[in-house]
Design a protein around this ligand. Structure first.
Ligand SMILES: C[S@@+](CC[C@H](N)C(=O)[O-])C[C@H]1O[C@@H](n2cnc3c(N)ncnc32)[C@H](O)[C@@H]1O
Length: 192
């Protein structure tokens, strides 16, 4: 009986490990060889906890329960979940890599009435229904993101960007954080 249990356990572990390895290889292939909207896919790096803490402090009075947050490339949805929980609003995250997408689904499972996670390219959706947008992307994507924001978002939309600003719009607030490098080093706030 014990031998059978151990055998089944070993089988389950090896199936999970193989599935995880396949997902990681898929994500690595996506970020290394594929282009989306003519640009390489950004590697998955999560926003740092010290940035999240500051973000939650600084958004008091800026986000309320009537808001609908869009996270561009939501990774594991750590930021989206924290904002939705704090402000009792709703949110949608888009993520193209499978490992962070699955992680976001699991993380937000108990908030699934309020948070939707999609495995989709955020450049292929319309931003017009969102009142708050959060993104942690890379400089080469920001001109395209800015163009889309200016074309589709309504006046009053709050845009929050981690580390890399929009090329033309002027932020109404910029917070500098004690980061070791450029990543998670600043938060830019814009109001359309
Ligand atoms: C630097 S990570 C940030 C993750 C998360 N937003 C955070 O702050 O912790 C950027 C993520 O955006 C995703 N991404 C980049 N371009 C995307 C696109 N066009 N559509 C959907 N996801 C995208 C990448 O797969 C990556 O996981």
């Amino acid at each position: 009986m014990l031998e059978w249990s151990l055998l089944i356990l070993a089988l389950l572990i090896s199936i999970s490990a193989s599935a995880y390895a396949i997902i990681l290889i898929y994500d690595l292939t996506l970020t290394t060889f594929f282009k989306f909207n003519g640009q390489k896919l950004i590697p998955y790096v999560t926003s740092k906890n010290f940035l999240l803490k500051k973000l939650l402090e600084k958004t008091v009075g800026l986000i309320s329960p009537i808001d609908k947050i869009l996270e561009l490339g939501c990774g594991n949805a750590k930021i989206l979940k924290a904002l939705v929980q704090k402000y009792d609003c709703t949110g949608v995250g888009y993520e193209l890599q499978i490992a962070p997408f699955l992680s976001a689904l699991i993380r937000t499972y108990f908030l699934r009435q309020k948070i939707k996670i999609h495995h989709q390219n955020f450049f292929n959706i319309n931003f017009k229904n969102y009142t708050v947008i959060y993104g942690y992307l890379l400089p080469y994507l920001m001109p395209q993101v800015e163009e889309k924001i200016l074309k589709e978002c309504a006046p009053g939309t709050l845009i929050i960007l981690n580390s890399f600003p929009l090329p033309n719009l002027r932020p109404f607030d910029t917070i500098k954080l004690p980061a070791k490098n450029e990543l998670s080093s600043k938060i830019f706030f814009y109001r359309l």
